[in-house]
Design a binder for this molecule. Sequence first.
Ligand SMILES: [Zn+2]
Length: 741
Amino acid sequence: MLNRRAFLRTGAVLPLASSLHAFENTVALAAEPVVANDFRLAVLPPRAAAPDPSSQPWQKRVRRVGQTNMTEHDPAVMDIEAWADYWHSAQVDVVFVSVTGILAFYPSKVPFHRHGKYLNGHDFFGECVAAARKRGMRVVARMSPDLNWEDALSAHPEWAMRNQDDSVQHSSEEPRLFKTCMFSTYMDDYVPAIMREINSLYDVDCFYTNGWPPLGSLPECHCAVCSKLPTSGTPAYWRVFTDRVLDLWNRYDAIAEEKKSDSFYFANSGGNVRGGPNLDRLGKTAAWFQADNQGRTYREPEVWGCSLQGRVCNAVLDGKFAANVTAAYSTGTPGWRNASKNPAEARMWLNETLASGMVPYFHFVGAENGFDEDRRWQQVGADYFRWTARHDAHLAPVRSVANIGVVIGQGTQLLYPGPATARSRSYMHETTQGIYDALLRGRFAFDFVHEDRLEPERLAKYRALLLPNAAMLSDKQCRQIADYARAGGSLMAGFETSLYDENLNRRAEFGLADVFGVSKAADAVGTNGNPYYARIEASSQPHPILAGFSDTNWSPGAENRVPLKSIAGPLLTVVPGFVRYPPELAYPPQSHTQEPAIVLRESGASRTAWFAGDIERTYWLTGHGDLLRLLHNTIRWITDDTWLVRVDGPGFIEMFCWETAPGYAVHLLNYSNPDAQHGWLQSTLPLGAQRVAMKLPASVGVRSVELLKAEATVSHRLEDQVLHFAIPAVDDSEVAAITIS
Ligand SMILES: [Zn+2]
């Protein structure tokens, strides 16, 4: 047990007792995270063997990626030397240069590879490659296989995506372009022809396709090939979609290798927890995960959108390379593709990229505009990249430090339509944001876990697994989760978790019924006015998950619930929902039931908690502090309040901790900002001191703790292997880099 008085006191930090007292008051008033009680610090795992750089593929040494996304007009106006000088001055290791497939940026002879109208026979691509090479930068040959022109359509009507009435699907912005079908020979013949032509003419390092495969959703095509496939949006379609993506991926990889053995192919990826292809399978194939999460959108306005993507990559890549694209231009709707976005917003996205373990990649569209009309993005990117270059060793992660795994449920995210009481494509988005927000506010150290990666050796690092409405789980996955609990792991789940198998077939009983000791009594119940309440049973002994609930006999439940059969001695019972308006009728006709709102179990070291309701999503929709408190208390109870890294201090932050080659890196991202959930950051609001504590493995000492943003060293103390230090202030982010001895 950590003695609170054992924290280091520095001149920059308030005396601990008074600062904690102040924070406790904040907790009581604002239902903020419960962090004031005593807790356990677990020793960090033995350090992983440092990777041998000489055995790693070249892309693992890439720390900065740059792209001026070329337009048709650029060959007429772009100053190639200025373009190359800029990226070289920003110390990028690799640049993207457009080959494309919509418009050729070189004198292509591949039929239907239309030359851009300003190309005029020039070898624009080749000149760019030469300019990059001259400066020691590697080159990604960038293609776009998703659209082509009317002449190609006339010759190859089978290349087009079709609507149900057989009409051709066109670009929504440029009707002369049709959408190409990924199951057609366009992908089998046309794309390889361009790749082989590039291989024959140029020395590039690898190939990339933009715009394919689709992210976060599945294509819907009714062409002759696709009409023989399973219906889009079904589990069966998802499997053939993934099969096709990976089949093409492997074939394109082989074509890349025809030129150089260390060349490879990679495609558009991202889509965070939804992904596109099965991310477990993609992770095993991809040499480079290109996270095309360029910025916040109206539909996904959460400030942590990039970090969330990084956690997805960490779940499926086993340490392989991932880069996340930061749009230097204005993302969202409407979005100006050729105007710089707010610098604070761009910098936060880059901060999140690094913090979550990915490589930063800066991107602006159009050299003509980017080097002439609007040049503001250049300084933002160059300054950021030069800062990272000074600290590369500390910014390259080896392994995450986390003791909580969150099962992302990619199948559920993509295919589950929501419960019958709340059908919505955004249902799982809201669920994910709810648990994410709660974990951040609690400052828990967590990883994402893919449902196809539940092997015991992967789960062994986690004290607990959270399954936020992981509705679709196969029998095998249910068994793996049960085995994890039998081996002493803890679990938190609820609502429709495991109510469906991997084919979206509904089970009569939860697949995880036995391990949680729950049984379904009825189908999901929604809300007609007042959602249900959770009654705190008078007979229940004080339980840690009810800490902080006083002066009330009940708390809010959730918007929807799956009723459970009664159990002995429930801690919380359901008061069924009732009318909200008119207020004359706003009282519970049935004020007390035996229906459990939560079911807790304890067996050896394993603790499990099952919520009847969709509490994570309801917390996201309402922000109700009781739901946040219940989630925090429950996570703390199932983990036995055990922490690997502890960061205490004011503000709403996201925390990552990594093992690095020199030691450890603790990243803090400051989301205490009125623009955290809408629009873009206008500026930053610095936070006060954050106190960090972590227990290092035996015989690991500490040489220094350096703050990479402040570029200053801070004092530290190592006592009984517990490292203490304070970060005096956090502007938009800070990285505490610990060099061990
Ligand atoms: Zn098709």
